[in-house]
Design a protein around this ligand. Structure first.
Ligand code: C2E
Ligand code: CA
Ligand code: CA
Length: 556
């Protein structure tokens, strides 16, 4: 069969390629084996690291644009073709894009022979990895069509909006009800959104479980919100009609055209993705409107995470343990100090813990940094013990450390490494992270008790105060949060409530530390409640170790 076309010259084929390539996404090529010449659709040059649309020294030039690991396999196949042992080339392998990333292609080619000699091979190359233009599951156009449409019509984009949808917890639906059910749900969701579409809008499937409405119709953000609500109703109706087989919700992110003037398609995708993920972070089943300050905060947090990670890998450079004094209310003497983390950066100055601790927790970097704090705090404590052997050091431990690291043995081995008397160590845990009793927490508690290390329940009076938890955790100390302290000072009802709680804690043989005492007047009022310890700016702010020694240890 390959002799049948023998009369058609390579030049004629090149002309046909030139005629066809503007109409095709795939790339047509001809490889003239006799003259060691190659010609491919000129559009391929924009995509791949080819030396040009035409070139000689084909085998040698392959090294420029074929992914190195795949060269051997390709060469073997081409050798068989050149040797006349094979009439058809069909290989899936990788080419390199212009920015030298591997791109999967499927290359097929028919070998044309003349008088039994291999003359040339003609064929087609198509990308098999990405570039999905349409999606048969949802019946919608896909991301690359969206990109093309957006770029063609960008000049019209000085009004209108982008509304991006994401099905909430789609992964869980797939896991519970199966992929086929998930596919059906995608299709139904696409139908629900389509039913709320205005005739001049376009709908695309952005990725996995996300859809995107492109509005060039000069509509406002308010109208986008209304459209989101309509889609939610449509989904609710579908859920009802399917007899609650899968109860699911949908979140939305809105990007007004004001927000993406002079932006690239990539920016627009990033912004709309950010808006959608904020809606999900806010609790899902809701819509979030993009704004720059929030996006900048997000970028700043991302930068901070980079700096935190860098600091961790750079021997914790930039982290510091500050100490804040705790006073014994009855004797008026220094009881100990709470060790509080600080993070100093060149870029942002000293970052408040309220900002960076959640980032450390989110990234689990709190595990190494918390360990470092534990060691640092004990190291400082041993120095204070030289003059003040009863001094207590109170160290904050995050629930992430409890749940995801071997915190018990870390505490025990650090205490033994520093040869510190265990009863001078207090571990502070926040109740918010450990609302439900967890076996790891109980284990931590019992090991600490065995070793005579104290446990303080931090942040008491914020969130859900659960007295049952006292029983499970049996803390030695309860730390009353400043928000509660402030309320008690300002309001008699809260004052009496705090009084009752302190009495109750005392009757359970727990000690109480009141935090956030700022003035002498506050202290006088708080003293009436008879707490065991007080902490606050009135006594001293958290400060570096040397200052702490000067102010509170050496002065005594
Ligand atoms: P926290 O454990 O409740 O620490 C007490 C916070 O109250 C400290 O804030 C302290 O500076 C502040 N404070 C003390 N006295 C007063 C006062 O009189 N008035 C006012 N307005 N505030 C007062 P800081 O140092 O900013 O720490 C904030 C939070 O960050 C801590 O709250 C704790 O939850 C967390 N944190 C700090 N260091 C660490 C650490 O090493 N590990 C972990 N896991 N969390 C830490
Ligand atoms: Ca604390
Ligand atoms: Ca506290």
């Amino acid at each position: 069969m390959s002799e049948k076309y023998a009369g058609i010259s390579v030049q004629q084929i090149c002309d046909v390629i030139d005629m066809l390539y503007p109409c095709m996404d795939d790339y047509v090529y001809v490889y003239d084996l006799e003259n060691d010449y190659y010609y491919i659709s000129p559009s391929a040059v924009k995509r791949f690291a080819l030396p040009g649309a035409e070139f000689n020294n084909v085998v040698e030039n392959h090294t420029l644009f074929v992914y190195p690991d795949d060269l051997g396999e390709l060469q073997k196949d081409l050798d068989e073709i050149a040797g006349g042992r094979k009439d058809f080339h069909n290989l899936q392998y990788r080419w390199l894009s212009r920015d030298r990333k591997p791109i999967w292609i499927n290359c097929r080619g028919t070998v044309i022979k003349e008088n039994g000699r291999v003359h040339y091979m003609i064929g087609c190359i198509n990308e098999i990895g990405t570039r999905q233009k349409a999606d048969n599951i949802s019946g919608l156009l896909g991301l690359s069509s969206l990109k093309a449409y957006f770029e063609e019509n960008f000049y019209m984009m000085n009004s209108g909006y982008i509304l991006r949808f994401g099905i909430d917890d789609f992964k869980a639906i797939n896991e519970k009800l199966g992929i086929e059910y998930g596919d059906m749900l995608l299709r139904k969701t696409a139908d629900c959104i389509s039913s709320c579409l205005y005739s001049d809008q376009n709908l695309y499937r952005a990725m996995a479980d996300e859809f995107l409405i492109l509005d060039f119709g000069a509509r406002s953000v308010e109208e986008a919100l209304e459209q989101y609500v309509n889609v939610r109703y449509a989904i609710d109706r579908f859920v009802e009609d399917s007899h609650y087989e899968a109860v699911f919700t949908i979140s939305g992110g809105i990007l007004s055209s004001d927000a993406y003037k002079n932006c690239t398609f990539n920016d627009v995708m990033k912004f709309s993705e950010f808006a959608l993920s904020e809606a999900k972070r806010d609790g899902k089943n809701r819509c979030w409107i993009f704004n720059y300050p929030a996006y900048e905060k997000f970028l700043k947090n991302r930068r901070l995470i980079q700096l935190l990670r860098k600091a961790v890998n750079n021997d914790f450079e930039g982290f510091e343990a500050y100490l804040q004094p705790l006073f014994d209310t009855k004797t008026g003497k220094l009881y100990g100090a709470e060790s509080l983390m600080r993070f100093h950066t060149e870029e942002f100055g000293t970052v408040p813990p309220g900002v960076f601790i959640p980032l450390l927790e989110e990234t689990c970097l709190i595990i190494p940094v918390g360990k470092w704090m534990l060691h640092k705090s004990l190291e400082l404590c041993t120095k204070i013990h030289k003059t003040n052997p009863d001094f207590k050091i109170s160290i904050n431990i995050s629930y992430i450390q409890v749940l995801k690291s071997n915190i018990i043995s870390e505490i025990l081995s650090a205490v033994s490494d520093y040869n510190i008397i265990p009863s001078t160590v207090i571990i502070e845990l926040t109740e918010s992270g450990i609302l439900t009793p967890d076996s790891r927490v109980s284990k931590l508690r019992s090991r600490m008790k065995e070793q005579d290390i104290s446990l303080a329940l931090d942040d008491f009076g914020t969130g859900y105060s659960n007295f049952h938890y006292f029983n499970d955790l049996k803390p030695d100390i309860i730390k009353i949060d400043r928000s509660f302290t402030v309320k008690a000072i300002e309001n008699d009802y809260e004052f009496n409530l705090l009084q009752l709680m302190i009495n109750m804690a005392h009757s359970m043989e727990l000690r109480v530390c009141v935090e956030g005492v700022e003035t002498i007047a506050e202290l006088e009022r708080i003293k009436q409640l008879n707490p065991d310890y007080c902490q606050g700016y009135y006594f001293g702010r958290p400060c570096p170790f040397d200052e702490f020694m000067k102010l509170f240890v050496n002065e005594q």
